[in-house]
Design a binder for this molecule. Structure first.
Ligand code: ADP
Length: 450
């Protein structure tokens, strides 16, 4: 019986122990699963990837944690994608900015781009040069801090206020002591809602065009003025003759003489104007041949001698004959020499002296012709404008009549047609030397013979 009881007790203990062991085993298993799930969750969190762990019991803390982690992981994945998109967009915007800057930098006109708040976004080198700032360090600087020209700032502000897409105005800008005239266009850039989001200013230098237009206007008014004077004189004397106002032969001869000389002047004027405009427009027919300036000088001196003799002026030229020195148009070079010689006689008081020299400069491969007089000379401040069309030295006007076209024609013939150089040296009251240089013709012998 006792043995039975002991056995029974043992069986119960063993059974109880078995149940305990099984329970412990289950607990251990669960713990291990939870550990594995937790590890999986941590791994998932660390990798940032959403990975569903199926073994987690629904509604458990781990399940809730997993949901939170998964939500966060999805959010961070979306955020990552957004960051990637933004990075791409930034790269694209940078590339676009770079290429827009490349375009702006390659434009020869001055360009400034600013935002609606007048902060400079970019500008090119011509803009920096024109408005005196460093174009490389403009970014986001206020426009009025960078640009000192008040007219320009005012124009930008007016353009923004007027809400006009393009405003065009001429501006005068002081640049390195020079007065630059600019054709300035201000364009407003609008966003989707129609508000101004930026301003582009483009400035085109039109100083040269203005000068040319001014020169053309001056030329036309000068020509009309110059033509009017002899014409008025011819008309007046012809009318007096027609009205019988010249009653004796002597007066009539005097009137005929005036009409003749004025008609000649008119003719010279028209000839000069036509010659200059033909050369300027490139329409002149040039017949270049290898010739000697010596022979042309000799002919011109012979032609001028009687005119000079009227004023008791001597012309000296004892140059050796140098054959075939230069490739030039004979008639044109003759005209140059005659113009310089006649000016020398015209602007030299009676009993003066004119000397002509002709030399070959082998070292520089050129022929040099100079005409020196003992005349009235030219004030130094007048020299820079001497070769301009219609320019006459006021101080010398009383000495002789003229058109102010002769020296311009000489310059055009020498420099434009023959690639030579014209020059002048003068001292008021002492005299002047006018001269020109022409290139020596290639492969030409320049031996002098008497
Ligand atoms: P113009 O028909 O008036 O002589 P030019 O073009 O030949 O025209 O000369 C322009 C001006 O230059 C003249 O009006 C004169 O004042 C000055 N000039 C030209 N040559 C001489 C000279 N040899 N001596 C002094 N002045 C001169």
């Amino acid at each position: 019986m006792i043995a039975c009881c002991i056995f029974g007790w043992l069986f119960v203990r063993i059974a109880a122990a078995g149940v305990g062991l099984a329970a412990t085993g289950i607990l251990i298993m669960r713990q291990m699963t939870q550990d594995a799930n937790l590890a999986g969750l941590l791994e998932s969190l660390a990798s940032g990837k959403v990975r569903k762990i199926k073994t987690i019991a629904p509604g458990s803390i781990l399940d809730r944690m997993q949901k939170v982690f998964n939500d966060n992981a999805e959010k961070s994945q979306r955020l990552g994608e957004q960051i990637r998109d933004l990075t791409l967009q930034i790269q694209l915007a940078r590339r676009q900015k770079h290429s827009s800057e490349g375009i702006i930098y390659s434009i020869r006109d001055a360009v400034i781009v600013s935002d609606a708040g007048e902060r400079v976004l970019t500008a090119n080198e011509p803009a920096g040069r024109l408005l005196d700032f460093d174009y490389k360090t403009v970014e986001l600087k206020p426009l009025d801090e960078l640009v000192k020209n008040k007219q320009f700032i005012e124009l930008i502000r007016q353009s923004c206020q007027s809400q006009t897409r393009h405003v065009r105005r001429e501006l005068e800008i002081q640049c390195n002591g020079e007065n630059i005239i600019c054709d300035c266009t201000i364009s407003c850039i609008y966003d989707d809602r129609g508000s101004i989001c930026g301003i582009v200013a483009v400035m085109h230098d039109i100083t040269r065009e203005k000068e040319i237009a001014q020169a053309k206007n001056d030329f036309v008014s000068h020509v009309s003025h110059e033509l009017k004077t002899p014409l008025a004189s011819i008309t007046a004397y012809a009318e007096m003759l027609a009205d019988g106002e010249a009653q004796d032969e002597k007066t009539r001869t005097e009137f005929y003489g005036i009409i003749q000389s004025q008609a000649q002047r008119l003719n010279r004027l028209i000839e000069d104007i036509l010659n200059i405009s033909r050369i300027e427009s490139g329409l002149v027919k040039v017949k270049k041949e290898i010739l000697s300036t010596t022979l042309l000088i000799k002919d011109a001196v012979a032609m001028m001698k009687s005119y000079a003799a009227e004023k008791n002026i001597t012309i000296e030229y004892d140059g050796d004959i140098v054959y075939d020195q230069t490739l030039a148009d004979k008639d044109m070079i003759s005209q140059v020499i005659i113009n310089l010689l006649s000016n020398a006689v015209k602007y030299t008081p009676p009993s003066g002296h004119v000397t002509v020299r002709n030399e070959v400069d082998e070292a520089q491969r050129l022929v040099r012709v100079t005409v020196t007089d003992t005349g009235v000379g030219i004030p130094p401040e007048e020299l820079p404008r001497l070769f301009e069309k219609f320019y006459r030295v006021a101080a010398n006007n009383k000495m002789a009549k003229g058109t102010g076209l002769g020296l311009n024609l000489v310059k055009q013939i020498i420099e434009k047609v023959h690639n030579g150089r014209i020059f002048v040296q003068s001292e008021p009251g002492k005299g002047s030397t006018f001269g020109f240089e022409l290139p020596l013709a290639a492969g030409v012998e320049t031996t002098a013979t008497v």
